[in-house]
Design a protein around this ligand. Structure first.
Ligand code: PLP
Length: 418
């Protein structure tokens, strides 16, 4: 009889690790070592042949441990657990979300290639696309998140650039507007633009919703990227990143990771193993808290507009996309306060429980001002075009008691707008 497949949260404590490997230790130890001892010269030779792709893996053969830049048990166990939520074939863990993104893009793109990307993007990614990739003759062209890539693809086609398209890179929901990008539509466009010689890859930065509330691989995306610094780590005490998805692509990205040397270290891997055990309960509580905060903000006279996926009207394209693509609203809320920068700053300076900091997805609630902080690099014209106003505030809601979060927000709103 086939064994019933267990749920990811049931496997997060055990997948990929056997206590008998480590003196019966219930928990996986930290393998704080740079290098690994080979049983004999032959096995050393065999491990290296695999690591450099000089031969393919035999059936059931796993890659041997060589050196912690190439692989390490904490990372391998972590990678096997990260595959569970997203139902990925393979995962590779990085020293940061930016390391995961930049290594993936460098593996997939060559000089002359074109990337289409949804806008707004995380500031670091936008800077890399706009300021750094042109030095390598790779051009990145934005399209508005809520509209999708259709118009940009038509324009590219007319300019004869379609055969140079190698990657569609999206971030959904977009930060900080929470605009949703249609993953299935991007996958269809990528298929149409692919040829037998060139596959257009769809990569999704799933940091804001994943892996609980959105699983892009199930809509046909090829790769999913994470800043594991956020929800996956979940305690605002580490920096890490992940690339996961289809095996052939992830193995290529992992190969480049070995040469860039941007893997996570064993200690960070171990911390992430611990974090993943509580991922579902953290994200569930955070999302429930955030739903209550969003609904309360909607009723406040000091608030002009609230950006939160479950508040999207059901009969609009964005509302329908939310219903078909997301499994929950998540815990990132933006809102426009009545007034301008002065009122926004006053609100931030009057918060007591909620801390004034960038980053997101941790156990504690955080607030920040996109126009002067995370999105200052865009410049005023782009911010205006993307709807990021001087009166916008972004909240990341944590696991505190929701009534304390609400009182803190309401007191600060009263102080900011009199
Ligand atoms: C934070 C973040 C990143 C960058 O991740 P780091 O771990 O800081 O390198 C990328 N994308 C999104 C959506 C993020 O929020």
């Amino acid at each position: 009889m086939m064994e019933k497949q267990k749920h990811p949260e049931s496997l997060m404590m055990t997948q990929g690790y056997r206590p008998e490997w480590s003196e019966g230790s219930l928990k996986c130890p930290i393998f704080q070592t740079s290098t690994f001892v080979f049983k004999n010269a032959k096995s050393g030779q065999s491990f290296f042949e695999l690591a450099y792709g000089l031969r393919s893996k035999k059936l059931k053969e796993s890659s041997g441990l060589i050196y912690s830049r190439i692989n390490n048990p904490d990372l391998e166990i972590l990678e096997s657990r990260l595959c569970l939520w997203d139902k990925a074939d393979s995962a590779a863990v990085f020293s940061s979300g930016m390391a995961a993104i930049t290594t993936t893009v460098f593996e997939l793109c060559s000089p002359g290639d074109i990337i289409l990307y949804s806008e707004p993007l995380y500031g670091g990614t936008a800077h890399f696309f706009e300021k750094i990739l042109p030095r390598f003759s790779i051009r990145a062209i934005p399209f508005p998140a809520a509209l999708g890539p259709e118009k940009a693809i038509e324009k590219l086609n007319r300019a004869g650039g379609l055969k140079k398209l190698s990657l569609i890179f999206i971030e959904t929901p977009a930060n900080p507007t929470n605009d949703l990008v249609d993953i299935s539509a991007c996958v269809q466009f990528a298929k149409r633009c692919s040829s037998s010689k060139r596959k257009v890859v769809v990569a999704v930065d799933n940091t804001f919703m994943g892996p609980l509330w959105q699983q892009p691989l199930s809509f046909g995306a090829d790769l999913v990227l994470y800043s594991a610094t956020k929800f996956l780590g979940g305690h605002s005490d580490l920096i890490a990143g992940v690339c996961l998805g289809k095996k052939d692509l992830v193995e290529r990205v992992r190969g480049l990771r070995s040469f860039f040397g941007c893997m996570a270290d064993a200690w960070t891997g171990w911390l992430l193993l611990r974090s993943l055990e509580t991922l579902k309960i953290r994200m569930t509580e955070q999302s429930q808290n955030a739903s209550r905060v969003a609904e309360r903000l909607l009723k406040r006279p000091e608030v002009e507009r609230v950006y939160y996926p479950s508040l999207l009207p059901a009969d609009t394209p964005q509302g329908r996309l939310y219903a078909s693509q997301c499994l929950g609203p998540g815990s990132m809320i933006s809102f426009d306060i009545k007034g301008g920068r002065k009122q926004a700053f006053k609100f931030l300076d009057h918060l007591k429980l909620i801390k004034l900091a960038v980053s997101l997805g941790g156990t504690e609630s955080l607030a920040q001002h996109p126009a002067t902080m995370t999105h200052v690099d865009l410049g005023p014209a782009t911010r205006r075009r993307l709807g990021i106003g001087e009166n916008m505030i972004r909240l990341s809601i944590g696991v505190e008691n929701y009534s304390d979060i609400l009182s803190d927000i309401e007191a600060a709103l009263r102080a900011a707008v009199r």
